[in-house]
Design a protein around this ligand. Structure first.
Ligand code: S3P
Length: 442
């Protein structure tokens, strides 16, 4: 551990070695988006909500800690379980403490909406990476609703001033973002009149589905959602499916290592999340969905991936929002494919936990890949990878993607600064090595 300015940085480097084959069943942890939302709605509900399959990641634990500072009792009866003792819509208590969202954009942006309608002031802060991420996309429309939020030139910390009276608005999002949509809907719980959000492309609809499950009247369809203030949330049970975004690394790994077969049980298959499944199938991947069923109002299924020769594609732009977190993994699949893969319309990747277009292009080039980076995408040419040392830029998904690249590189792939994998995927190394990865930490 080293203190850098006001941030504590934990460094943990990995080395990923090539392997002959991957086999086994991989139980990936709970969905991050669903876990954040279950905590927040549980906190505002009347009664106690039981969450099963909760993601024990740093991001979701940070959200739980924020809610506890705001006076919500949250019990952890077992690993992956939380009981949230709701305080009701107006039961949160203000605190002078800073509310630390850690690395989590979802935590900060959704909490900004939730806090905008409270009677008290609050301050949301984040780690070094989150402190560089744009917040105007959420504070601008919240201010239109009557909120008062100060930023540092559009960046965190966010100073949310309480005691404002919010008014519902109709808002068309300039960029497709489930986080912004969700922030506005959460503020809308406290607003007079109707809050309506219209999206340029439909995004994940967990907030809408979960509000309905907690008994709040809401009208939604792909690309739009509308609710009005003044109702009550009633505690419920939330079953969190396994996170498709975590499964994604194994879908790519199983596809690119010859002879492999991996099974991923009970993965969330909300259609707004499964763009990578379609993209990989367009590239020739062999991925089957078995036991498709519904769990807690969400489609889930067991994914079975077998190695298959991949070929490059022009990625349909319409798939981009449905696989927004999966591009680092897709880029690795594209280097293993025959021919070139073209990605366009993905400029949002530049404002994730790192600039993911630059991080992937630079890292894969270090391993010998040929990539032309563009402002909103890249052309990735399939070809062999060699060993090398790459930077994760403290981004969990970049780190895990290069662990997958190491499976097929001719030499060892050393990945610097992987500690943040714990934000979304605690236990990645053990699960990965359990199915045949050769991943070492240093
Ligand atoms: C999320 C929405 C997406 C995604 C993030 C989780 C959510 O972000 O990248 O990992 O839970 O709402 P944007 O809203 O910025 O697209």
């Amino acid at each position: 551990m080293a203190a850098v300015g006001e941030f504590i940085v934990t460094r943990l480097d990995w080395t990923s070695h090539n392997v002959r084959v991957l086999h086994g069943s991989v139980r990936v942890p709970g969905d991050k988006s669903v876990s954040h939302r279950a905590l927040m709605l549980g906190a505002l509900a009347e009664g106690s909500s039981h969450i099963r399959g909760f993601l024990e990641g740093e991001d979701t634990r940070a959200t739980a800690a924020v809610l506890q500072l705001l006076g919500v009792r949250i019990d952890a009866p077992a690993d992956g379980e939380r009981v949230v003792h709701g305080v009701g819509l107006h039961g949160l208590r203000g605190t002078a403490a800073q509310l630390d969202c850690g690395n989590a954009g979802t935590g900060m942006r959704l909490l900004a909406g939730l806090l905008a309608g409270q009677a008290f002031d609050s301050t949301l802060v984040g780690d070094e990476s989150l402190s560089k991420r744009p917040m105007r996309r959420v504070t601008d429309p919240l201010e239109r609703m009557g909120a008062k939020i100060d930023t540092q030139n559009g960046l965190p910390p966010l100073q949310v001033r309480g005691g404002q009276s919010l008014q519902g608005i109709a808002y068309t999002l300039p960029v497709a973002s489930a986080q912004v949509k969700s922030a506005l809907l959460l503020a809308g719980l406290y607003a007079k009149g109707e809050t309506e959000v219209i999206e340029p492309h439909p995004t994940r609809d967990y907030t809408e589905r979960m509000l309905a499950a907690f008994g709040w009247p809401i009208d939604f369809a792909p690309g739009r959602a509308r609710l009005s203030g003044g109702h009550t949330l009633r505690a419920t049970q939330v079953d969190v499916p396994a996170d498709f975004s975590s499964a994604a690394f194994f879908l790519v790994a199983g596809s690119i290592v010859p002879g492999s077969e991996l099974r991923l049980p009970t993965v969330g298959l909300n259609p707004r999340r499964t763009g990578l499944l379609q993209a990989l199938r367009l590239m020739g991947a062999d991925i089957r969905v078995e036991n498709e069923r519904e769990s807690g109002g969400e489609p889930v299924g067991d994914l079975v991936v077998r190695h298959a020769p991949l070929h490059g594609i022009e990625l349909p732009e319409a798939l981009v929002p449905d696989m927004i977190d999966e591009f680092p993994a897709l880029f690795v699949a594209a280097t293993a494919a025959q021919g070139k893969t073209v990605v366009r319309g993905a400029a949002e990747l530049r404002v994730k936990e790192s600039d993911r277009l630059a991080a992937m292009a630079t890292g894969l080039r270090t391993l010998g890949a040929v990539i032309d980076e563009t402002p909103d995408g890249a052309t990735i040419h399939g070809g062999p990878l060699h060993g090398g040392t790459i930077e994760s830029h403290g981004d969990h998904r970049i780190a895990m993607s290069f662990a997958v690249a190491g499976l097929i590189a001719s030499g060892a792939v050393r990945i610097n600064d992987c500690a943040n994998v714990a934000t979304s995927f605690p236990g990645f190394i053990e699960l990965a090595n359990g199915c045949g990865f050769r991943l070492e930490t240093a």
